[in-house]
Design a protein around this ligand. Structure first.
Ligand code: PPS
Length: 580
């Protein structure tokens, strides 16, 4: 490890922020300049450009630098820089820009954050960029998916004049700039600081490894979690930060601190590790802990990992001297129950019993309210996770009925409604097809486009109810699979989603024809009628399929209740019993 080569407190920081007079002048001038509303990722990138976290960059990369970074990981002046930091814009905006033009960069509320003096405007080959930077064009890699599906077709490069840093109202006291972090280190007398990058909650194993890394180096520790954009599906940063605050109490006094990093991760593995190291050097750190598969996107659908487990460590090791920040390879820590201690996996004798809890098992324990042992995590961390991920018996959920008109959806939904109200404990809302069409979708007809809008609205309302701990019962026809899938993803992100197919056949529905609609549809009086002159795509992912010929509505509703109980959404009534 090249510790002796490390220059303490990070080298020169770029400062592109202008003074108040120039800021006022620019704000006035921006009324005339073309303007660009920054995307979420661009806001993160801009924030790090403005605070010096991306030093030595002074703006978004110009074309030559972009090509050189993609190809050789270096700026044209030879400086090591692994990640293209690009401003992608629409054709409309690109057409208004020439070399030397000014572009106002605005946040989502329209405030001017910076002005870009344009160097180059060009149309990149995004597939080639994906291949060069991420080593693949497979869109299962999140950064490649972003490039291919979300990136605008034109790039604008140039230098920035910073007017105002993006504002954050959450954890404001923890969002230190590189200069502020360096100042804190100076005040505390910290000369050697090892940074820990993370996008996940930290448990005992992480505390042990960071503590050991710092203790071995006789260094202090900066917990430096990413709170910009991480991997889809990650624990939200509010919960994570509360977990980090809880774990900080478990380090010796005055040896560890935390600051939040507004980085938009790319999950770029080896290149990302080098990028992380440069950023941490800018924040005044002398070391960075790099683990197995650092910033890796995982595996593709065939089970092949995008990067080798130690590619990131190898690439960073190759460049650590040039960068002036040392890598601390992260050793996997495992719990050895016989010793009641964590140990690096390579120090454990073969045959020794070790314990671990996988991410999947942790989620399952949270969902079912089962114990999370103290050897695995600290009570303060578990408390925070339980607040965000209550057991299923305390989560909201949606029961989504789908089926033909006249299949019996509404009748069963109404029985279910009163049964759930009788049980109590959660607010229940019924979003029946007719109710929704009257109150939310009165202007819509029955074309595919209109049905999709209707079902999306139901999905949105149901997802809000579910996220906030209530029960939504939906009972539209919902004939199209793609929108049902969309709703499933949206709703299950905040609680339970149970799809119930009321599988009454067309013949039976038509025989019943309670509203007389089938007769009108057959006569051509009603057009685009589901099952007659419009499609119904049978779900093949229903959690429950109901037969309304052999079973009464009450029995059907009871089947749903039993399914909910089986899945853990309806508890045993322990609390009520305890009170009795
Ligand atoms: S969809 O496809 O999910 O948006 O439909 P939905 O909102 O559930 O509305 C279905 C009810 O509207 C009546 N209706 C029709 N249904 C199907 N196709 C056509 N063309 C049509 N025109 C009117 C019908 O009464 C449906 O009510 P239910 O309760 O399903 O019988």
């Amino acid at each position: 490890m090249a510790t002796h080569l490390i220059e303490p407190h990070g080298g020169t920081l770029v400062d592109v922020m202008v003074d108040d007079d120039r800021a006022n002048e620019l704000k006035e001038a921006c009324k005339e300049y073309p303007s660009w509303d920054l995307t979420g990722r661009q806001l993160c990138d801009l924030e790090l450009l403005l605070c010096g976290g991306f030093s030595p960059l002074r703006g978004f990369l110009a074309k030559d630098d972009y090509q050189s970074v993609c190809k050789d990981m270096r700026l044209t002046d030879g400086t090591l820089w692994p990640m293209p930091i690009m401003l992608d814009v629409t054709e409309d905006v690109a057409k208004q820009l020439d070399k030397g033009a000014k572009l106002a960069l605005r946040d989502m509320e329209g405030y001017v954050l910076a002005v870009l003096t344009v160097e180059d405007v060009w149309q990149p080959d995004l597939a080639a960029e994906a291949e060069q930077v991420f080593g693949t064009t497979n869109t299962e890699h999140p950064a490649v998916a972003y490039l291919m599906n979300q990136t605008n077709p034109w790039y604008v490069g140039g230098t920035l004049e910073g007017v105002k840093r993006p504002t954050h109202y959450d954890f404001a006291e923890l969002r230190l700039t590189p200069a502020q972090v360096r100042e804190r280190f100076r005040t505390l007398g910290w000369q050697k600081v090892v940074a820990f990058q993370t996008r996940n909650p930290m448990h005992r194993a992480h505390q042990e490894l960071t503590f050991r890394a710092a203790a071995d180096l006789e260094a202090n520790l900066l917990i430096h979690p990413v709170v910009g954009k991480t991997k889809p599906g990650d624990v939200d940063h509010y919960t994570r930060v509360r977990c980090y605050q809880a774990i900080l109490k478990h380090y010796p006094h005055n040896t560890a601190t935390m600051s939040l990093l507004p980085l938009a991760m790319r999950m770029g593995g080896p290149r990302e590790a080098v990028w992380h190291a440069i950023i941490r050097k800018n924040y005044g750190c002398t070391h960075l802990i790099v683990g197995r598969d650092h910033a890796g996107p995982g595996k593709d659908s065939s089970g092949t990992p995008f990067y080798g487990p130690y590619d990131a460590q190898e690439l960073l090791q190759k460049h650590e001297q040039e960068l002036g920040i040392a890598m601390v390879p992260f050793k996997m820590m495992v719990y050895v129950p016989d010793r009641d201690a964590y140990m690096p996996v390579d120090e454990v004798d073969e045959g020794t019993k070790t314990l671990s809890i996988s991410g999947t098992e942790l989620r399952e324990r949270l969902a079912t309210g089962r114990e999370i042992p103290e050897w695995f995590s600290f009570p303060g961390v578990v408390r925070e996770l339980r607040r965000t991920y209550p057991p299923r018996s305390k989560q909201g959920f949606t029961v989504f009925f789908t089926g033909l008109s006249g299949s019996g959806k509404s009748t069963i939904a109404n029985v279910l409604l009163v049964k759930l109200l009788e049980m109590g404990g959660r607010p229940v809302t019924l979003l029946d097809g007719d109710i929704v069409r009257k109150n939310l979708s009165s202007e819509l007809g029955f074309s595919k486009e209109h049905r999709d809008i209707n079902i999306r609205r139901i999905g949105f309302v149901a997802s809000e109810i579910t996220k906030n701990g209530g029960i939504a019962i939906c009972a539209p026809i919902a004939p199209y699979d793609n929108i049902r899938q969309e709703n499933k993803a949206l709703i299950s992100a905040g609680g339970g989603y149970i799809l119930v197919h009321v599988a009454t056949s067309l013949e039976v529905c038509e025989q019943r024809d309670t509203k007389g609609l089938y007769a009108k549809a057959r006569a051509g009086i009603i057009k685009e009628f589901t099952g007659v002159s419009d499609p119904y795509e049978q779900p093949d992912d229903a959690d429950l399929t109901l037969d309304t010929v052999e079973t009464t509505p009450e029995q059907c509703a009871q089947q749903v209740i039993l399914h909910l109980e089986h899945e853990g959404y309806i508890g045993t009534g322990d609390e009520a019993a305890a009170d009795a």
